[in-house]
Design a protein around this ligand. Structure first.
Ligand SMILES: [Zn+2]
Length: 57
């Protein structure tokens, strides 16, 4: 089972896997924006804050 939510950036439908959890970051396949899952019922996405993550390279 999967959900579909609307990208707040480009209004495209973004498919979310059935095991998606609130707080997960997914990427819009249309515009490439990083989106945070705010809610699952109804599926709600919000633009994730841009963060400079240091992955310890
Ligand atoms: Zn988008």
């Amino acid at each position: 089972m999967s959900f579909e939510a609307e990208c707040p950036e480009c209004a495209a439908g973004v498919e979310m896997a059935g095991d998606t959890v609130v707080g997960e970051i997914i990427q819009c396949p249309e515009c490439g924006a990083e989106l945070e899952v705010m809610d699952l019922n109804p599926p709600t996405l919000e633009l994730a804050p841009e963060e400079e993550e240091d992955w310890g390279e």
